[in-house]
Design a protein. Structure first.
Lengths: 111, 254
């Protein structure tokens, strides 16, 4: 889709996205002190962001044109796996990005 | 000048300058990583097909890097707006936990000040604040609020300056450098610290497998179903006496 020709769609999308940030960040700052976060709800909330990010990242990396693409030629997959390993060890975002991009470039040019 | 003073006294709580300085100093080292992340997000938005104007509006209005990058592939493919918003909401739900954990420090402020402060309550600032003040007996002191605003200012400026630079410079970067990979890696940097214990690991595995298996479903329904299934599995596996506040991780980004 050419986004510039769909300015209306984008504008409405952005308004909604901004509301999700404001609503979540402001939530318990604005609610009366008597309203608390039940432990059960909090547990579900704690896992939602990780699962949502997974549902975006995993199909993006492991599928191509709507079908599973696990292959030695899926350089993006290898780069993400290497970078995730580096980040797990170092917790350094700059290092993991550099390693991931370098791995991808080397694989793409020489593999 | 009077106008500026009026805005400051209406929108910002009274603060202790020493607190502001300590907040700035504590946040400064993270500022570089935040800037790298902002740059990637700015470039990715324009490379993904957003116009420069829309990308600029988005970075200031939405101000949530993970959510922005997560919905980008959905926006680019013209996904239905409820799916776009639901995805952003899910990624942003961690802010509800942050707000619940932080409200005690802000509860005595007028609502306008509270609303503005909440807008600035991102991941890194939250983590540093909780680490610094969770043992303080008193909550909401001018020193604490100064620390909060100081850290928030560094976060906001590093994010916005780098993100705007990325948006404006995106046209100069060649397309075949795999910059969409940089956007994926930025999300991985947020995801990895969230997945430490068994419930989270199993929830993420279930979500990952289902999201690939259901990728054919129309309207990106596979995304919604796989997230609901993953969260359910994680909650079922969670021991009832888990920690009250999620472990804050200063190294994970916006």
């Amino acid at each position: 889709m050419n986004a510039t020709t769909n300015a209306g769609y984008m504008a409405v999308a952005i308004v909604g996205l901004a509301l999700t940030t404001i609503a979540t960040r402001a939530s318990f700052f604005m609610l009366p002190s008597s309203v608390n976060l039940p432990a059960r709800v909090e547990r579900a909330l704690r896992y939602a962001p990780a699962c949502a990010l997974t549902a975006i990242v995993v199909p993006g990396v492991l599928t191509r044109h709507g079908s599973l693409y696990i292959s030695v030629h899926n350089y993006q997959m290898w780069a993400v796996l290497i970078a995730a390993g580096v980040f797990y060890r170092t917790r350094n975002m700059m290092v993991m990005m550099a390693v991931g991009m370098a791995a991808f470039t080397v694989l793409r040019l020489y593999a | 000048m009077n106008f500026a003073v009026e805005i400051r006294t209406k929108l910002l709580a009274p603060v202790d300058r020493k607190g502001v300085r300590e907040g700035v100093r504590t946040m400064a080292p993270a500022g570089i990583a935040i800037a790298a992340w902002g740059l990637v997000t700015g470039v990715a938005m324009v490379k993904g097909g957003l116009s420069v104007t829309m990308a600029l509006i988005m970075t200031v209005a939405v101000f949530a890097g993970s959510a922005q990058l997560a919905v980008l592939p959905l926006l680019v493919s013209g996904a239905p707006l409820p799916i776009v918003w639901a995805t952003a909401l899910l990624v942003n739900l961690r802010f509800v936990i942050f707000a619940a954990a932080m409200r005690g420090y802000f509860v005595s402020m007028p609502w306008k000040q509270r609303l503005l402060a909440s807008y600035f309550n991102g991941d890194v600032g939250f983590a540093l604040f909780v680490r610094r003040f969770s043992d303080d007996p008193e909550r909401g002191t001018p020193f604490q609020l100064g620390f909060f605003y100081g850290a928030a200012a560094v976060n906001w400026v590093s994010w916005q300056v780098s993100s705007i630079a990325g948006i404006l410079l995106a046209g100069l970067a060649p397309t075949d450098w795999g910059l969409e990979l940089a956007a994926v890696l930025a999300l991985v940097a947020v995801l990895v610290p969230m997945v430490r214990r068994l419930p989270a690991i199993m929830g993420v595995v279930v979500t990952g497998v289902l999201s690939v298996a259901l990728v054919h479903l129309p309207l990106k329904l596979g995304l919604v179903i796989s997230v609901l299934a993953g969260v359910t599995v994680a909650v079922v596996l969670e021991p009832a006496d888990g920690p009250a506040v999620p472990e804050a991780d200063a190294e994970s980004m916006t």
